[in-house]
Design a binder for this molecule. Structure first.
Ligand code: BES
Ligand code: MN
Ligand code: ZN
Length: 494
């Protein structure tokens, strides 16, 4: 989707299929271009509000035909909630709802008026970026497998006044981010048979050529040569062998940051097989890798950034006569041994090798994204991701980026007292805590990966919940959310 800035008066703006304007829940008068839209319509928006047809409640939408009074045939009014409560997060919620509601008229092009929030503490550019990314998010549909898909929105225009330079920069960032997020969602939504590890790796390689980041694919033979015992064990029962994908982007200066994504293209649970219900959404078990790839694509389109090396660990966790067994002891890439106690705790095994790959690339730190535990969903639902980290500096960088992205994370405690839960009598570490349901699976899952990071600054984001939504009320688009993509883009590009 192309995103463009227009400083024109709405009456002389590009004749797109639909124009989005926003308004507050209280009686706050419309301001800026939104007021001019209302004027052009002879006050129809304010009248609809007075009549109670438009509530102004956060995310409520209302369609009005313009009858030729504006270049667009339809105006969509969206509520921002009470003026005093509006923040960038709510601005995104409203824009997302508006994007989703706009699909009702099957638009090919859409314009959105930058909401003017009187007295807001954030710069107009921040509001513009949030509005555009979230509108594009709402407009997203996954249609790759539909016989007669409705047309995609090709063009999104932002109608805004003033601050030309900064708004232009915001629009550019929004376009890169929206593209990356949509890509991550496409990858998650792809059926598992069509993204088996090598196929996914090849798709990432094609994206690298398209967007301009460097890609190396390490296939099973390469992983065997290196001794990457974690990913090899996880992928062994699948007829589609595992692959590690290494992506690189140069930057202005400094040591590269390492990004790492769990890329389990389907998680059956292995010999500790999941229930049918538990397996149903497990095509999304590569959402961490998808976010990393989406971020690389977005970053490749942005000029200002620090260097980055990203790794996607791709494998399919399946069952066969050769499947890895509980009781097996794995020798990992780092040389550490792991007592494999549960075949369904496969994500941490591929991540452990991924951390070691990044260490050898000389990164200054690692941020990993993974759909690692059901315990994350129990603790935080699909609303927030959980973080576990060994470094307060890198953790603060990630928290700041997530905040800017409107992606909510919550740091878990990980006192030393948790670490003994992974002690093994036979190997250096167990992949799950000893049976007896000692709880804390969200923390021990993270700490297992942390044991391989050792002194390397590291942040783990468990995105099991927020990366996939089956009932997405706000956007009407169930499936992959692209969670983490924008956080990573902001982490690297500022
Ligand atoms: N991919 C799952 C975690 C998951 C669950 C993601 C639900 C998204 C939604 C992961 O590989 C897994 O199976 N984890 C186990 C770990 C356990 C065996 C320690 C889990 O959470 O049950
Ligand atoms: Mn699993
Ligand atoms: Zn998994």
């Amino acid at each position: 989707m192309r995103i463009q800035l227009e400083s024109a008066d709405p009456s002389h703006s590009t004749a797109t299929d639909l124009l989005i304007v926003s308004l507050c829940e209280d009686g706050t008068p419309l301001a800026g271009p939104a007021a001019r839209v209302d004027q052009a319509l002879g006050g129809a928006v304010s009248r609809a509000r007075t009549a109670g047809l438009i509530s102004g409640k956060l995310g409520d939408t209302y369609l009005l035909p313009t009858g030729g009074a504006l270049p667009q045939p339809v105006v969509l009014a969206v509520g921002l909630g009470p003026l005093a409560e509006i923040d960038l997060f709510r601005l995104r919620r409203a824009a997302q709802a508006a994007g989703a509601a706009a699909l009702a008229v099957k638009p090919g092009t859409v314009s959105v008026v930058l909401p003017v929030v009187v007295g807001s503490p954030w710069p107009a550019a921040a509001g513009a970026e949030a509005t555009l990314v979230a509108t594009a998010y709402g407009l997203y549909r996954y249609t790759a497998y539909q016989g007669e898909p409705s047309p995609e929105v090709r063009h999104l225009y932002l109608l805004a006044e003033g601050e030309g330079g900064q708004l232009t920069e915001a629009v550019r960032r929004a376009e890169a981010t929206a593209t990356g997020v949509a890509l991550a969602r496409d990858l998650v939504n792809t059926p598992p048979a069509d993204k088996r590890p090598l196929a996914l790796a090849q798709r990432i390689a094609a994206l690298g050529s398209e967007f301009g980041f460097e890609v190396e694919v390490w296939d099973r033979a390469a992983l065997e040569e290196m001794g990457a015992g974690g990913i090899l064990a996880v992928g062994r029962a699948s007829s589609a062998p595992p692959a590690a994908v290494v992506m690189r982007l140069g930057g202005e200066s400094g040591q590269a940051l390492g990004l790492l994504g769990k890329g389990i293209t389907f998680d059956s649970g292995g010999l500790q097989i999941k229930s049918g219900e538990g397996m149903r959404t497990m095509k999304s078990d590569m959402a961490g890798a998808a976010a990393v790839v989406g971020a690389m694509a977005g970053l490749a389109r942005l000029p200002r950034r620090t260097p980055v090396v990203a790794v996607a660990m791709c494998a399919e966790n399946m069952i066969s006569g050769d499947a890895f067994r509980p009781g097996d002891i794995l020798r990992m890439l780092s040389g550490k041994t792991v007592e494999m106690a549960n075949a369904d705790a496969e994500g941490r095994l591929v991540l452990a090798d991924g951390v070691e790959i990044l260490r050898r690339q000389g990164v200054r730190g690692v941020v990993d994204l993974a759909t690692l535990t059901g315990a994350q969903v129990v603790a935080l639902s699909d609303i927030r991701a959980a973080a576990v980290s060994n470094d307060q500096g890198l953790m603060a960088e990630v928290a700041l980026a997530a905040d800017g992205a409107g992606e909510r994370i919550w740091e878990m405690p990980h006192d030393d007292d948790y670490r003994h839960l992974l002690d093994s009598r036979l190997a250096d570490i167990r992949n799950v805590s000893a049976s007896g349901a000692s709880g804390g699976g969200l923390i021990t899952g993270g700490l297992f990966v942390g044991a391989f990071a050792q002194d390397l600054p590291w942040v783990h984001l468990d995105i099991a919940g927020p990366s996939f939504k089956e009932t997405e009320k706000a956007t009407g688009t169930p499936g992959g959310t692209g969670f983490g993509t924008e956080t990573l883009i902001r982490l690297v590009a500022g």
